[in-house]
Write a new protein. Structure first.
Length: 168
């Protein structure tokens, strides 16, 4: 019997056989981070990615003047990842820091590759998430160019009220 309800919800048990679900979930490890802990610092290759069960995380970079600039805010249910670093094995330019105490489920690159190559439905789900993430990033990039700061804030308030209510 599978008792990890969080990962069951992530992988939607209707799409996978019980054996596949057991195999997938067995590759994940539960980890906890305290507020202000760094999950990852710039300059390192991302060794794992996380599904955020509880808490909030932000990723950020430093601009040319040395100011930190938030690149993403992660809320429960999100994948916390630097896609290019994880898949291309390049050092990340971002820092990932817990904004509150967090519970995450992580999978390392090697186990991810095993699942990706062994389970077609896992592979398809991962592709879907990657494309969705790319589309969101593309939409955000264009909004920075075409929308004013006020409009972007109002859109954030409408589309992601959990961020406004939980992250300073």
């Amino acid at each position: 019997m599978i008792t990890n309800h969080f990962l069951l919800n992530i992988f939607d048990e209707k799409n996978f056989s019980d054996n596949d679900l057991l195999h997938i979930i067995s590759k994940f490890k539960k980890v906890k981070f305290l507020k202000d802990d760094f999950l990852l610092r710039e300059g390192r290759i991302v060794p794992v990615y996380w599904f955020l069960e509880t808490g909030h995380i932000r990723s950020y970079v430093y601009d040319h003047e040395g100011n930190d600039v938030t690149t993403e805010l992660y809320t429960p249910g999100n994948i916390v990842i630097d896609w290019p670093s994880f898949f291309l094995r390049n050092p990340t330019l971002e820092n990932f820091q817990a904004l509150s105490d967090c519970v995450c489920w992580q999978i390392d690159y090697e186990n991810f590759q095993i699942l990706f190559n062994q389970i077609e439905k896992f592979r398809n789900e991962c592709r879907k998430r990657l494309v969705s993430s790319y589309a969101i990033a593309q939409k955000r990039k264009l909004a920075i160019i075409t929308d004013g700061a006020k409009d972007r804030y109002l859109k954030l308030l409408l589309e992601r009220p959990d961020v406004i209510h939980n992250i300073p």
